[in-house]
Design a protein around this ligand. Structure first.
Ligand code: SAM
Length: 451
């Protein structure tokens, strides 16, 4: 999950260069002082010694906890026992919490983590140089609303695991989940049976499920090509469980997926537009999160002087923002994924939308084009907008509406925008990654001409 109910963290490589002998072997007592940006408690040893003076990160702990933990690295420890509980600590709702790699914060109330994320944003923006920080508008998704999951698959003797990698370890079978939409959870037991009786999965693979308006859309990545018999099994499965489309590609590749079975159109709606997204397409994590982002983007549009007003939308995907924007302005949308562009183009006809396939890292939209737009909207991948941001900073469009899933990159870009005379007008925190440390925001930056 962008915790993405995604496959959890893969085992971290052991860092070289740290002296193993400096890590105490025995469990020690630590006091948790605060949460680090990744959601792990940052703790100091109760009794500092020569061996353990530095703070360490301890997962699943909360500020105020006193915890017995065993150090596993220079700055990492695993909790063994909570000795004194933080006042805010609650019982996690999920029996898999702490093992499954999906959630980091179920031991704290969701209202608490929303405030924690808000404080992280306030601190980050202030450090970036924002002096007149606007109030942060908060929206939080509900449990059970996650509609997109990227899950690891593993064949074991006589069983199939479908789940998220535990930290630094194997996938944990998702026997239940309070995050994912119930439709997705209910598919997992029959999917295990299906994978057990077909030859598709020898060892490992993954499963990306998007819950579309027309039903669950499955993209299987496995290590064995489907046989004729596998294809019939999948077709029968799709019919039995009302799955419009099942696609496949070889695990570990980014090959175009092959559609193995399609019993109905795979459809999603953005505004009044109906889109057929490609298998595995990027979607916002939850429907309420998507609606909140769309509303925040539309609210951030400048006053529109006429129907000819034109905005530039960068990293448009399949059109989550494009179609709602086109109800108000003419949209020039740019996206780098060919299949997403095809879906966007197909649904755009007759609307005020121009779509271009463009790798914005290699060929960014140029500063002079950006400068003349009423506003520029950007929703880059986690790694940020790279060269495209350089063109934005040169072009200095009057209004920039920035959707971000990576606060670190957002704060860096904020500092650069402030240096170009922008001010931060509004911030919406869309907490669609419930129980994780992930933060999604919509920010409006503006700049008066001549500044
Ligand atoms: C966070 S998603 C946002 C998509 C869309 N705005 C939405 O809300 O559904 C980022 C998008 O950037 C696209 N992308 C990633 N790298 C790109 C690049 N170098 N050039 C153009 N698009 C890129 C991805 O394909 C993806 O659709």
């Amino acid at each position: 999950m962008r915790q993405r109910a995604e496959r959890g963290r893969r085992p971290a490589r052991r860092q070289s260069g740290h002296k193993r002998e400096s890590i105490p072997r025995q469990a020690q007592l630590f006091d948790v002082i605060t949460l680090g940006n990744g959601g792990d408690g940052l703790a100091r040893p109760v009794v500092p010694s020569e061996d353990n003076t530095d703070p360490v990160f301890i997962p699943f702990t909360a500020p105020g906890d006193r915890v017995l933990a065993r150090q596993t690295g220079r700055d990492r420890a695993v909790p063994e026992q909570i000795i004194v509980s933080a006042p805010e600590r609650i019982d996690p709702v999920c029996a898999l919490f702490g093992r499954c790699g999906g959630c980091a914060l179920q031991h704290l109330p969701t209202a608490w983590s929303l405030e924690w994320k808000t404080t992280l944003l306030q601190t980050g923006f202030r450090k970036a140089g924002v002096s007149d920080l606007p109030d942060i508008h908060q929206i939080q998704s509900q449990p059970g609303s996650r509609r997109r999951a990227d899950l690891a698959l593993r064949r074991l003797p006589g069983a199939i695991t479908i789940g998220l990698h535990q930290r630094g370890g194997d996938p944990v079978d998702l026997t239940g989940c309070h995050l994912l939409h119930s439709t997705l959870i209910s598919l997992l037991p029959p999917l295990r049976d299906l994978l057990l009786k077909t030859d598709l999965l020898k060892r490992e693979g993954d499963l990306l499920i998007n819950l579309l308006d027309s039903g669950p859309d499955l993209l299987l990545s496995t290590d064995t090509a489907p046989t004729t018999s596998d294809r019939s099994c999948l077709a029968a499965f799709a019919t039995q469980y009302a799955i419009p489309r099942i696609a496949w590609r070889r695990a570990g590749t980014l090959d175009d997926p092959e559609i193995l079975t399609q019993i109905a159109p795979a459809r999603i709606h953005f505004g009044d537009a109906e889109i057929e997204p490609p298998p595995g397409a990027f979607l916002q994590a939850s429907q309420d999160g998507e609606a909140a982002i769309q509303a925040a983007v539309i609210a951030a549009l400048p006053h529109i002087p006429g129907r000819k007003a034109r905005v530039i939308e960068l990293y448009a995907g399949c059109g989550t923002l494009t179609f709602p924007l086109a109800d108000h302005v003419h949209v020039e949308a740019f996206e780098g994924h060919p299949a997403a562009v095809r879906a966007l183009q197909q649904a755009s006809s007759g609307r005020r939308i121009d779509v271009s396939l463009r790798d914005l890292n290699r060929q960014p939209v140029e500063s002079r084009d950006l400068a003349s737009a009423l506003a520029v909207i950007l929703d880059p991948p986690r790694s940020g907008a790279g060269l495209q941001m350089t063109q934005i900073l040169d072009g200095k469009p009057d209004v920039l509406i920035y959707v971000s899933c990576n606060p670190k990159v957002l704060f860096r870009d904020t500092a650069a925008l402030l240096a170009k005379g922008y001010r931060l007008d509004s911030v919406t925190l869309v907490d669609q990654f419930l129980w994780s440390a992930e933060i999604e925001t919509v920010c409006r930056f503006s700049r008066s001409r001549g500044r």
